[in-house]
Write a protein that binds this ligand. Structure first.
Ligand SMILES: *Cc1c(COP(=O)(O)O)cnc(C)c1O
Length: 393
């Protein structure tokens, strides 16, 4: 196969080999339905409960507080729609941010169409939410605060523990979309004052189409998916046993390796960021310089289109992204980059590289070798760049 440098781990990750080994028997020989009473079914049930323990342990939660879902999007929908449905007599106001994933933003819009009021908090130029600002917009009718733990585009990590503290001081339920954070940075739902947390398998080395939600004991929340009695009658549907087994193993491995992997990726990330900034003039880092995911590098290049950069990178076997996978394909610039205060053309000229467990230093060196000439070549075709160079003379 031709050389492939995968630097889009925020879009999805490969399933780890050890994870695959654990999954396979649940497709072929251990295929029983966990609800069946015979032993074949009970083998599957045991596997699901083991995975639940693995997920709970990674978050500092109790196993009774973990439910499996069909991914991050379902967990986000459940959190917002479930809490608002349960507390609609108490109030109709929710608080979130301008930089959430569409799973939160589009659900919020749906809630607005159904009588709820939503405050979308702004962020500073690094993508950080202000805790003071949050406290100012709380109303007596506020029933839910939903703020992501780490942003999928720019990697900025939000002050979740402080946000949770404020939510609890005011008796408000606190949800965090931690899809980009789980398995990548340390999390403790108790220390961080989190009531509900969303996570997804395919962002941490487990299969796509499987996620989980943590719901603190006693949290008022309605059900989203109705049907059978699975997941202690709170989430219907026959369990995706192989993927659940995969998530359990992947999250366990990620937590075991976390300390070392955070160090390793931070070094590689900073080598990539600094290397690009040094080699390419008129390039700027997006997101927080230090409070950011260990694997995230997001750079704006003046005078080029991110999409063109991606095409030329792809011809060199490099997979990257310009914004989030959901927004590429549309011409709208990323809502996250606009919220940082970037101009439309700056947002269009941004490229995201996200490193993962498979990324090596050679991969980073290869990108640092290939990227600068690509930007140079594209700029030579840009009339705006020509004007800029002439003006400088
Ligand atoms: C990927 C992602 C989601 C959606 O998760 P899926 O499992 O793909 O549905 C939600 N939020 C964030 C921050 C994400 O990165």
């Amino acid at each position: 196969m031709e050389k492939l440098i995968y630097m889009d781990n925020a879009a999805t990750t490969p399933v780890r080999e050890e994870v695959m080994k654990n999954i396979m028997p649940y497709f072929t020989t251990k295929y029983g339905n966990p609800s069946s009473v015979y032993r074949l079914g009970q083998v599957s049930k045991k596997a699901v409960e083991k995975a639940r323990e693995q997920v709970a342990s990674a978050l500092g939660a109790d196993t009774s507080e973990i439910y499996f879902t069909a991914g991050g999007s379902e967990s986000d929908n459940w959190a917002l729609r479930g809490v608002t449905a349960a507390l609609k007599e108490k109030g109709n106001h929710i608080i979130t941010t301008k930089i959430e994933h569409h799973a939160i933003l589009h659900t919020s819009q749906y809630l607005e169409e159904n009588g709820f009021e939503v405050t979308y908090l702004p962020v500073d130029k690094y993508g950080k939410v202000s805790v003071d600002e949050l406290e100012k917009v709380i109303r007596p009718t506020t029933i839910l605060i939903s703020i992501m733990m780490a942003n999928n585009e720019i990697g900025t990590i939000e002050p979740i523990a402080q946000i949770g503290e404020i939510a609890h001081k005011h008796g408000i339920t606190f949800h965090t979309d931690a899809v980009q954070a789980v398995g990548h940075v340390p999390i403790d739902v108790n220390k961080m004052n989190i009531d509900i947390l969303s996570l997804s398998g395919h962002k941490l080395g487990a299969p796509k189409g499987l996620g989980a939600i943590y719901i603190r004991k006693g949290t008022k929340i309605k059900q989203l998916i109705f049907g059978g009695a699975q997941e202690r009658k709170r989430r219907a549907g026959t369990e995706n046993v192989p993927a659940i087994v995969g998530l359990g193993k992947a999250i366990e491995l990620a937590n075991e390796e976390m300390e070392q992997e955070v160090k390793r990726l931070t070094i590689l990330r900073d080598k990539l960021i600094n290397g690009i900034i040094q080699a390419v003039p008129n390039a700027r880092l997006n997101g927080h310089p230090t409070d950011r995911l260990p694997g995230n590098c997001n750079i704006s290049f003046d005078f080029v289109e991110g999409e063109s950069v991606l095409m030329l990178l792809d011809m060199n076997g490099i997979c990257a992204s310009s914004g989030s996978a959901c927004t590429s394909g549309s011409l709208d610039p990323s809502h996250v980059l606009l919220a940082l205060g970037l101009k439309h053309e700056e947002a269009h000229g941004s490229v995201r590289f996200t490193l993962g467990f498979e990324t090596t230093e050679e991969d980073v060196d290869y990108v640092l070798e290939k990227l600068p000439p690509i930007i140079e070549r594209l700029r030579k075709m840009s009339p705006l760049y020509e004007d800029y160079i002439n003006a400088k003379k």
